[in-house]
Design a protein around this ligand. Structure first.
Ligand code: SDX
Length: 393
């Protein structure tokens, strides 16, 4: 297995890159956005302020913040063409399939801002992606349940607007629970960026060829969908449902340790964190709070906590440094918010969009930018002559 991070292809490659946006220390479980610890941002900030920080590099003044909020509200409505475009999908399509298509289609609807060499085009594209992703996400959901679309309102905050677009129906008022809006806003902060994860690298790689930001973001959504990456939150819930009760946990722990069994403990392990994912710590506390304040008890949360307790005392997980990651508890919160499992990774897209587009712009503005082209170790046949079909065995 070639380790891209030490392999020198003999030329500057995207196998490793420089960035000023996010810092992770996997051994210490540290995560900083532009130098600010995730724990402080989670406690003291809000998602749009964190988006400003990640994109522009500094926390906004009151005036900068208010102007940014206004711009994002201004761009939150989508082009009327999306209502026709979405009708091309099957009603039983996975919302992530619709997201890949709709975000890619932004290249067609907003082609007036796709000159990637133009800094103002870079900025307006970023604003459009951040502003429209909740609207597109809610449309993807409403379309699959056959309900009319609900459009963004200027009197609502970012997370509130999404909950309203997801759950409101034209016929009656919808009450937005502040607890739910706060929980969603925090979840989005925790998912905003994570340095060179697979989907961020995909966006960088796609953008490095000069593809427009909407096409690059669509590529990122496709990559995030995988169960080993952003799709893990949905896979965790399915795993907990399959475990069914705490007394079945040992059987699944044994399967996770069995090399001949493809089963892995979803929501456990990480490419970089060899310690508890700092985001998982915050989400775990939030999951317990929200369950206590809503249903009072959640069998899946109980199984998750017991599973974590057993795994963290098992020598296999200790030796391999496998800890819960951001996806292990997030699904518990989504369920408590009434979000269907098919929308879990869509929420991840909503949080991560700002990280992708900030990294895309950082890469585009790099004067030494190279077109991403990782090299390979060729392990196939040596050169050999063609064999006519009647001579093949
Ligand atoms: C995300 O990169 C990011 O930052 C991603 C992310 C982000 O914010 O963008 O943090 C979001 O993707 C989090 C990860 C979500 N995925 C899952 O929860 C799926 C389950 N996790 C595994 O698929 C796995 O842990 C990975 C893919 C996340 C990492 O796999 P690696 O790189 O193989 O992990 P590793 O090298 O640390 O593994 C060490 C050993 C290996 O066994 P050996 O080869 O040493 O025998 O531990 C094993 C692995 O096979 N292992 C597991 C395991 N994860 C790793 N064994 C059982 N269950 C697991 N979950």
């Amino acid at each position: 297995k070639m380790n891209l991070f030490t392999y020198d292809p003999g030329y500057k490659s995207t196998a490793s890159c420089e960035s000023k946006i996010t810092y992770i220390d996997g051994d210490e479980g540290i995560l900083l956005y532009r130098g600010y610890p995730i724990e402080q941002l989670a406690e003291k900030s809000n998602f749009l302020e964190v988006c400003y920080l990640i994109f522009y590099g500094e926390l906004p003044t009151q005036e900068q913040y208010e102007e940014f909020v206004y711009v994002i509200k201004h761009h939150s409505m989508v082009h009327e063409g999306f209502r026709d475009f979405i009708n091309g999908f099957r009603r039983d399509a996975h919302p992530m399939a619709i997201m890949v298509g709709m975000v890619g289609a932004m290249s067609a609807f907003y082609h007036d801002s796709t000159d990637i060499t133009n800094p103002s085009h870079q900025e307006i594209s970023a604003h459009r992606l951040l502003a429209k992703i909740p609207t597109i996400a809610a449309m993807s959901y409403k379309y699959t349940i056959g309900q009319p679309f609900i459009y963004p309102r200027n009197d609502l905050g970012y997370a509130e607007n999404f909950l309203h677009m997801m759950y409101a129906v034209p016929a009656e008022p919808y009450h937005i629970d502040p607890l739910y809006a706060k929980a969603l806003d925090l979840i989005l902060i925790l998912h905003a960026d994570h340095e060179q994860n697979a989907s961020a690298s995909t966006v960088r790689l796609a953008g490095s060829s000069g593809a427009n930001p909407f096409a690059a973001a669509s590529a990122g959504i496709g990559c995030l969908w995988g169960a080993a990456h952003g799709g893990a939150n949905e896979a965790v819930i399915r795993m907990l449902e399959k475990i069914g009760s705490a007394n079945h946990i040992p059987e699944f722990i044994a399967r996770a340790k069995d090399k001949d069994d493809s089963f892995r403990l979803m929501g456990f392990g990480h490419r970089v964190y060899k310690h508890y994912d700092p985001r998982a710590k915050i989400i775990r506390k939030m999951a317990i709070d929200i369950i206590n304040k809503t249903s009072g008890n959640d069998p899946l949360l109980n199984i998750a906590m017991k599973l974590e307790e057993i795994a963290l005392t098992d020598e296999y997980f200790i030796e391999k440094k496998l800890y819960p990651n951001v996806d292990f508890y997030s699904g518990i919160i989504y369920k408590a918010l009434g979000i269907p499992t098919s929308m879990f990774t869509v929420i991840f897209v909503m949080g991560r969009m700002i990280g992708w587009i900030a990294q895309w712009r950082e890469m585009i503005q790099d004067p030494e930018r190279v077109i991403g082209r990782p090299r390979q170790n060729y392990i196939g046949h040596a050169s050999r002559d063609f064999v006519p079909i009647d001579e093949r065995k």
